[in-house]
Write a protein that binds this ligand. Structure first.
Ligand SMILES: Cc1cc2nc3c(=O)[nH]c(=O)nc-3n(C[C@H](O)[C@H](O)[C@H](O)COP(=O)(O)OP(=O)(O)OC[C@H]3O[C@@H](n4cnc5c(N)ncnc54)[C@H](O)[C@@H]3O)c2cc1C
Length: 437
């Protein structure tokens, strides 16, 4: 089923590439990361072109929950040990600036923006919330810790960051996309330095930005080692009690709550892609318990890239590829990080320094233990002798019965029952259809 965003807004029709062309900057991927980068470059008068494999926002962006906040769960206490205080402050400030910029932009664009307080809640021990509040103070920000919430279960604590927001992401991006230099239905099949090959022609560019969600180039940058994908499920409920504020759980359940008009969007049921998880079944059981009067009007699912320290990767792709750039690893907080990232990329692509870039540097050291654990988790699936295998790096695919899809437990590529590609980083369909289930 389509998300409520896709049911209630359409992205502009964009032509596909027709023949070889040349540009200064090529952006690959027409989700929020690519589109905001194109928009920032367009306003700066740059020569750029964006190509998208499907329609605009056909990927994760069309299936988000679109909370606009610099409060990314309890991120800042996780970032502090790896980034240090100054870069953690820059990371927070870049996201807060993005919230302010959305607020200003949304005044001009009809996209159902409402200002909200963002809350992260704990159901049992509030200790981590207290720690996060202390980190906010060290960053120069204030967040209020409360013992109660309007959620339909008791909480041990609720940490609120005021002045955040929520919107309709596709109404916003449809307006942003107007007048930009875009080509849709133009999938990049192969990348070489200064060149991207598509079925409709070759694009030659001085600089290339990979905004393909999970990067499609394995050779440099170690992205398959330092990221994985995590899937989440959403129900849109009509008739649930209305809610002030936007909520996300502090723990790994990923439970999330926001309203859109008369609907409550309940998120959760998540799991690392290709691993078992609760999915819509778990969410429906929760909805029956918490909102017995409510009616489900839509359900959808999507996945996001998760990094090992919780921070996004925006900037130079790898030391060996000086003209290649990336925006990825948004850890389910891509609304603000994509906008912050667009400004970082705009500066770097135009040869200027950006004060926030060091906090998002894709080349920052990986936490050793986490990288080893992620590598070991992938190695186990590489050695599993079952078929079908993922064309990305050869891991054994797992069947997700709730979504009738085959998923890679290593890096998160997905395929439908006929073997057609649903989500990257794989770039091709399976050579043979998977066994019938
Ligand atoms: C269920 C869920 C809820 C979320 N809720 C929130 C939230 O409340 N707030 C928040 O801030 N964030 C949220 N997020 C995260 C946010 O939605 C994502 O981080 C963001 O949408 C990712 O955008 P993107 O542009 O990187 O990826 P995408 O939107 O997937 O865009 C990538 C594009 O690249 C294209 N592409 C891929 N390969 C190629 C190729 N070879 N050639 C050409 N094009 C290609 C794809 O077709 C796709 O359109 C949520 C995520 C999920 C899964």
């Amino acid at each position: 089923m389509e998300s409520i965003w896709r049911q209630t807004a359409s992205m502009p029709d964009v032509p596909c590439l027709e023949g070889d062309t040349r540009t200064d900057i090529l952006i690959i991927g027409g989700g929020i990361a690519g589109l905001l980068c194109a928009w920032a470059l367009d306003r700066a008068g740059a020569d750029y072109l964006l190509v998208e494999a499907r329609e605009l926002c056909a990927g994760v962006t069309g299936n988000t929950t679109a909370k606009i906040t610099a409060q990314h769960g309890i991120l800042y206490q996780k970032l502090l040990p790896s980034l240090g205080l100054e870069k953690t402050r820059l990371y927070f400030e870049a996201n807060q600036r993005a919230v302010a910029e959305y607020r200003a932009l949304c005044r001009e664009l009809d996209c159902d923006f409402t200002e909200q307080t963002a809350y992260v809640f704990a159901r049992s021990d509030p200790e981590k919330l207290k720690r996060e509040r202390a980190v906010y103070r060290a960053l120069g920000a204030e967040a209020a810790l409360r013992k109660t919430s309007p959620l339909p279960f008791p909480v041990a604590g609720c940490l609120g960051l005021a002045g955040q927001g929520q919107f309709h992401p596709l109404k916003f991006l449809a307006r942003i996309a107007r007048g930009l230099n875009l080509r849709a239905h133009t999938k990049v099949r192969a990348l070489a330095p200064g060149e991207a090959r598509t079925d409709h022609g070759v694009v030659r560019a001085n600089k290339i930005v990979l905004a393909t969600h999970f990067p499609i180039l394995n050779k440099h940058g170690l992205y398959p080692l330092k990221m994985y994908q995590h899937r989440s499920y959403v129900l849109a409920l009509r008739g649930a009690a209305s809610l002030e504020g936007m909520y996300v759980s502090q723990d790994d359940t990923g439970l999330s709550f926001r309203t859109y008009r008369d609907l409550l969007l309940l998120g959760g049921g998540g799991h690392r892609t290709g691993r078992p998880g609760g999915g819509w079944r778990e969410l429906r059981a929760l909805a029956r318990r918490w909102y017995p009067e409510a009616q489900e009007v839509a359900h959808w699912a999507a996945q996001d890239c998760v990094t090992l320290d919780g921070g996004a990767y925006v900037g130079s792709y790898a030391p060996q590829t000086p003209d290649l750039f990336v925006a990825t690893g948004f850890n389910k907080w891509g609304m603000t990080t994509a906008l912050a990232g667009a400004h970082i990329l705009q500066d770097l692509l135009q040869g200027r320094a950006n004060i926030y870039a060091p906090a998002f540097d894709p080349g920052r050291p990986m936490a050793g233990g986490a990288a080893a654990a992620n590598a070991a988790a992938s190695a186990a699936h590489l050695l599993t002798p079952t078929v079908p295998r993922c064309p990305h790096l050869g891991c054994a695919l797992r069947y997700n019965a709730q979504e009738d899809a085959w998923e890679c437990p290593c890096h998160g590529s997905r395929f439908d029952r006929s073997g057609a590609l649903l989500d990257g980083p794989a770039t091709d369909d399976l050579r043979r259809p998977p066994p019938a289930r």
